[in-house]
Design a protein around this ligand. Structure first.
Ligand code: SAH
Ligand code: SF4
Ligand code: F3S
Length: 484
């Protein structure tokens, strides 16, 4: 179907000139996508676009999409149909869909929403100006999906909303074959950035006022293996250290970087040198996100997650012993094909033993094209939902318990801004990434580091008050006992 009156702002002209148009980006999915949206915003701003306050008033609306679970797909299609009347009543509005779901559905997306102007994938955000320009004269949506990344997205300009925090990608793609996961099909094989390029980016971010950096990769602790294989590694450090540990030590040398975090490591690739770096590099925060996925060895095997529950718990023990006060969070999937009540009981048992500080729990979602989608014994949705509730009850109780353990301690907080629910309070994060609200007594700036005494705990946040008392010794959950 051709779309009526595709009269748009004349992007061909914008390629070389400045526009007064505005944009609004809605991001779905993970931190990687949040970061990609900063790049998309950077590209649009280079074209002269300015941010709009609302989706309704924006001249250009960009959906940066996710396809990890079916509800991510549904959300996007729901929002697109909400936007349709607006677009049809104002054809000069430009609608762009990019990212993972666009990569997955390609032409199918343009067929379902033929009034969309541009569809691009996970490998070609840098082509946005050309695609917008092509859309000016096109009758049908301009769809460009590439199979491989030509340019590291980090080479594109970024527009960050927050002054003190920045995401930094250390690798893109994933070489793993987790049978439930669609990411490798959408983001391609793992490609690492050069260590020197990452360090330079962090240095320039810090020079720009950033004090906290979160390193991003689908599997951060296999960082650099591809570079070593290709003889392209620029790590100058010691033998026997993984490239990821090297990177943490190298970034620890950047003056002015107060906090360094990373997500996600894979348990199969976790090595002791990374725990040592977390202990030795003062900027690396006492926080570890370590996806478990399942506590059952049978299910882990079917998921092709090549560690077992015992190995996972040994990593938790090592983390808790090496890094005092470390907070450990995880991802868990409930209802993977073939999961029995006994398998699920093992997930509950490992969760309890690991005493997670927080957990992201998901109902298994069948992703066509993944190996698990064709497995027999898909679990009845009612059973999945009932197990999900039981796991959520446990993880909520563990989070509350972990937070209660912090009450009475004095900790460093990085202030983020006014609390979203109570304007008389400011919200900040501890080094362990716990959300803390303190009374706003005036004179504080987002990004400022203060010390706070923690006074009350709930499952997802703590309350506290700013103090000039000394920071306390860290308190964490006890390490699970080692089994010989
Ligand atoms: N690379 C990261 C994960 C990215 S996806 C890692 O390995 O840690 C984030 C989380 O989504 C995964 O850890 C997993 O728990 C969940 N997830 C991925 N595919 C899923 C699916 N098909 N159904 C339900 N949850 C899924
Ligand atoms: Fe998906 Fe597994 Fe890769 Fe994570 S490690 S992105 S879960 S395939
Ligand atoms: Fe992230 Fe979703 Fe893509 S979780 S990598 S945006 S499929």
């Amino acid at each position: 179907m051709a779309c009526a009156g595709r009269s748009r702002p004349g992007h061909a002209a914008i390629l070389g000139a400045v526009t007064t148009k505005t944009y609004f980006i809605r991001t779905f999915g993970c931190q990687m996508n949040e970061h990609d949206s900063e790049r998309a915003a950077g590209v649009l701003q280079t074209m002269g676009y300015r941010p709009a306050d609302t989706i309704d008033t924006a001249d250009l609306v960009l959906f940066n999409t996710c396809a990890i679970r079916e509800n991510a797909d549904n959300k996007l299609y729901g929002q697109l149909s909400q936007l349709k009347p607006l677009k049809l009543s104002d054809p000069s509005k430009t609608v762009v869909v990019g990212g993972c779901l666009a990569q997955k559905d390609q032409e199918g997306l343009a067929e379902q929403a033929p009034w969309v102007d541009v569809v691009y994938g996970t490998h070609n955000m840098g082509r946005l100006p050309e695609l917008l320009s092509q859309a000016d004269s096109a009758e049908l949506p301009v769809v460009e999906i590439l199979e491989h990344t030509e340019m590291f997205p980090s080479a594109l300009p970024a527009r960050r909303d927050v002054v003190h925090h920045a995401w930094v990608s250390i690798s893109i793609g994933c070489d793993n074959t987790c049978t439930f996961c669609i990411v490798p099909a959408l983001r391609g094989p793992e490609k690492s950035r050069k260590l020197g390029d990452i360090v330079s980016e962090v240095r320039s971010l810090v020079a720009d006022g950033v004090t906290e950096v979160s390193l991003l990769g689908q599997n951060v602790n296999s960082y650099g293996r591809d570079l070593v294989r290709a003889g392209l590694s620029d790590a100058t450090g010691r033998r026997n250290r993984t490239m990821f540990a090297e990177l943490l030590y190298a970034l620890g040398e950047v003056d002015g970087l107060e906090r360094l975090r990373f997500t996600s490591p894979h348990p199969k690739d976790f090595t002791s040198d990374v725990f040592a770096a977390m202990r030795d590099v003062p900027a690396v925060c006492e926080q570890l996100h370590l996806p478990l996925q399942s506590g059952s060895d049978r299910v882990l095997k079917a998921m092709q997650r090549s560690y077992r529950a015992r190995r996972y718990l040994d990593l938790v023990t090592e983390a808790r012993e090496t890094i005092p006060g470390v907070a450990i969070s995880t991802d868990i999937i409930v209802g993977f094909p073939g999961e029995t009540e006994e398998d699920f009981a093992q997930t509950l048992a490992v969760t309890e033993t690991a005493a997670f500080d927080s957990a992201f729990t998901f109902e298994y979602s069948k992703r066509p094209g993944t190996a698990a989608a064709d497995m027999p014994d898909q679990v009845d949705p009612a059973v999945v939902s009932e197990r999900y509730q039981r796991l959520a009850t446990l993880t909520r109780a563990l989070s509350r318990h972990a937070n209660e353990r912090q009450v009475g301690t004095v900790q460093q907080l990085l202030l983020e801004g006014p609390s979203k629910t109570d304007p008389t309070r400011l919200s900040g994060r501890t080094r362990t990434n716990r959300l803390v609200h303190v009374p706003d007594v005036g004179g504080f700036e987002p990004g400022q580091l203060v010390t706070a005494r923690l006074t009350d705990a709930a499952s997802h946040y703590l309350l506290g008050e700013v103090t000039d008392a000394e920071v306390s010794d860290p308190v964490g959950a006890p390490a699970p006992a080692r089994v010989a």
